[in-house]
Design a protein around this ligand. Sequence first.
Ligand SMILES: [Zn+2]
Length: 260
Amino acid sequence: MRVHHLNCGSMREIEGPVGERSAAVCHCLLVETEQGLVLVDTGIGLHDIADPPRTLGSDFVSWARPVLDPAETAIRQVEALGYDVGDVRDIVMTHLHLDHAGALADFPEATVHVSATELKTATTADRYPHQQWAHGPRWAAYDFDEGDIWNGFENVRPAEGLPSEILLVPLPGHTDGHLGVAVACESGWLLHAGDSYYYHGELASAPAPAPDMLEALQSSTETDRELRLANVRQLSSLAASGVRVFCAHDPWEFRDALRG
Ligand SMILES: [Zn+2]
């Protein structure tokens, strides 16, 4: 299947290898399937840009400094590729934090696939941005008590109604219901690892710690550090085996993905 890598929300710069600085991204995927387009995560949406404090909150805006450029939204990029909003029939979410769920309202007719644990937490916890799904998405929620083994990851399952080349991979730790999304594209499998980690150096054979700012952010948001780090080790092995693994916000991984 053809996969487009989209940055749906540039944010403040982070420092990378040898002092190189680059703006953080919201790395999303647009997958062309025979059943229509599938969006993986949504980034920052038009409603966020129209009234940032309402959906993103003032704290996030002042800390993350999102660029808030309409041209970066998923809907505008979908249109630029020649598609209509209705062509995006399904959205698969790694989790429902505000920098991932911002554009759900831009695709009000899409089915939104998400972990049942994540959905329950998001719809009951104050820290999630309830305004981003006030339009009432058609949720498809999944339990992961059982499933298949995929490249060593357990309880992996396909999303209902989607091709078997798109798989939901439980990667808890950042949130309890956090998922990775595996996609078989023309050049092989890739795995969108969401916020399982923030910095590509964490997957290296000799791991490099994330920049202090990102490490502090991860520590303040993760729900189970041991579980998350165990997943990062497994993601590192997966990457070493040749699968393209990337997280949501690392600009260097995004740049590499664009290069193919
Ligand atoms: Zn995030």
